[in-house]
Design a protein around this ligand. Structure first.
Ligand SMILES: [Zn+2]
Length: 114
C-alpha cells in the first residue's frame, strides 16, 4: 500500500543521478578541466566509454559515470568561460543556465500556489 510513495521516491532519485551520457546528450556542452565550456560536435559511444569531439576539434575520452568531475561540474554549473573557438551560442548558454537539477522536484510543485 506504500506503492505510490515508492514510485515518487524513485523519480526524485533518478533525477538527481542523471548519467553523464544523458546529460551531455541533452545539453551538448562539455566542461574542460580548466573550466572552459566547449560545444560538443559529436559523441562516439563505445559501451561505458565515449569519445567527445568539440567544435574546436578537441577530443575527450569520458566514462559514463554519475559522479565524475564533469557530471558534477555540469550539474553545479562550474565554469569560468565559454570556448571562443566553439562559439557556444547564447541561446544554448541560456538554456543551460536555466536548466535546473533539483533534488526535490516534488517540493517545487507544492510551493507553486504560494
Ligand atoms: Zn572549444
Amino acid at each position: 500500500m506504500k506503492k505510490t510513495d515508492n514510485s515518487a521516491n524513485i523519480k526524485r532519485f533518478y533525477r538527481k543521478r542523471t548519467e553523464l551520457f544523458r546529460l551531455i546528450d541533452k545539453i551538448r556542452i562539455w566542461p574542460s578541466r580548466k573550466g572552459v565550456l566547449h560545444g560538443i560536435r559529436s559523441v562516439d559511444k563505445r559501451g561505458d566509454m565515449a569519445i567527445i569531439t568539440t567544435h574546436c576539434n578537441e577530443t575527450f575520452t569520458i566514462r559514463n559515470s554519475r559522479n565524475s568531475r564533469a557530471a558534477r561540474w555540469l550539474r553545479n554549473k562550474w565554469f569560468s568561460s565559454a570556448c571562443s573557438v566553439c562559439r557556444v551560442p547564447d541561446w544554448k548558454m541560456e538554456k543551460y543556465a536555466s536548466t535546473r537539477f533539483k533534488r526535490h522536484y516534488g517540493s517545487f510543485l507544492m510551493n507553486k500556489s504560494d
